[in-house]
Design a protein around this ligand. Structure first.
Ligand SMILES: [Zn+2]
Ligand SMILES: [Zn+2]
Length: 293
């Protein structure tokens, strides 16, 4: 069972330091509270051997794509419920889409597995089609609801040998990276907030469109960014990822906490015309011109 108590304490520290953003940041507090109360042993860890994992990684397949995940929906409702309530205040259309999602969930047409990035099956089709759930909302629900289960599922297969995985998505769940550090050794380390995975990746390659054109990756100089923090963006696909250089900031927090605590950098990158697929408070702001945090 991952240590959500410590993560929650770290978050409390951030809320104390970033009082200017406190109101907005409290959005994430209930997510962390939900994770902290997740019951251990809800999910059986994936029993695959190192060789079984490596054979998939070598083929460029995230493990989740080949997991038969037959799991009861009830434990997830505790995590999804509060997030749905918060997202529903975003507007009438969102509220309606979430209501359709809830109906489909209760009818068993969608379940936790439908929220996975690797889900190409019926559940995902219902989400997008019948329920008409916008991708942004799906992403928020997935990130709030799946983390403890996925972290338990992958708890015994986190050993990823160097050089085996070359794609930009998470080698475990197939999600997009949500944060990209430079480590003590100068290497880039991507983090997936969906399952809690972290892996080393080439520095000059865009994790979103996987382009190798070194000139395509640019560093945006965000106003208000403290030393060591950066935004890396791709001129080819316009995706961006935030990160911290841990050689300059040895005391930086966990990737998830650092990401959720820096929506001002997302606002900056968004205004520069870049996007991120993983959820950020910036996605919940009214269209440009109406408000700023
Ligand atoms: Zn992942
Ligand atoms: Zn790109």
């Amino acid at each position: 069972m991952p240590d959500y108590v410590t993560l929650r304490e770290e978050w409390e520290g951030v809320l104390g330091r970033r009082r200017d953003l406190g109101q907005a940041l409290s959005f994430w507090t209930s997510v962390l509270d939900g994770w902290r109360s997740w019951e251990a042993e809800t999910v059986t860890p994936l029993p695959w051997s190192g060789a079984e994992c490596r054979s998939r990684w070598r083929r460029g397949v995230p493990l989740m794509a080949e997991v038969e995940w037959d799991i009861a929906p009830e434990p997830f409702e505790e995590l999804l419920g509060p997030m749905m309530e918060r997202l529903a205040v975003g507007g009438a259309e969102d509220a309606q889409a979430l209501r359709r999602f809830a109906l489909a969930w209760d009818a068993g047409q969608v379940g936790p597995e439908s929220l996975l990035p690797t889900s190409g099956k019926e559940g995902a089709a219902v989400l997008q089609g019948d329920a008409g759930l916008p991708a942004t909302l799906t992403s928020f629900l997935a990130h709030a609801g799946l983390r403890p289960a996925l972290e338990d599922l992958f708890s015994s297969v986190r050993d990823l040998p160097d050089g085996v995985w070359e794609r930009g998505v998470c080698p475990w769940c197939g999600g997009m990276p949500g944060w990209g550090d430079l480590g003590e050794d100068g290497r880039r380390r991507l983090s997936c907030h969906l399952c809690g995975g972290g892996w080393t990746a080439p520095r000059l390659r865009c994790p979103f469109c996987e382009t190798w054109h070194s000139g395509d990756m640019v560093r945006l100089l965000a106003q208000g960014a403290e030393e060591g923090y950066f935004v890396e963006a791709c001129r080819s696909c316009r995706g961006y990822i935030k990160g911290v250089d841990r050689r300059q900031r040895w005391n930086a927090g966990s990737p998830l906490v650092e990401d959720w605590a820096s929506p001002h950098l997302d606002l900056y990158a968004t205004r520069e015309g870049y996007w991120r697929e993983t959820p950020s408070l910036v996605h919940l702001l009214p269209p440009e011109g109406d408000a700023a945090p």
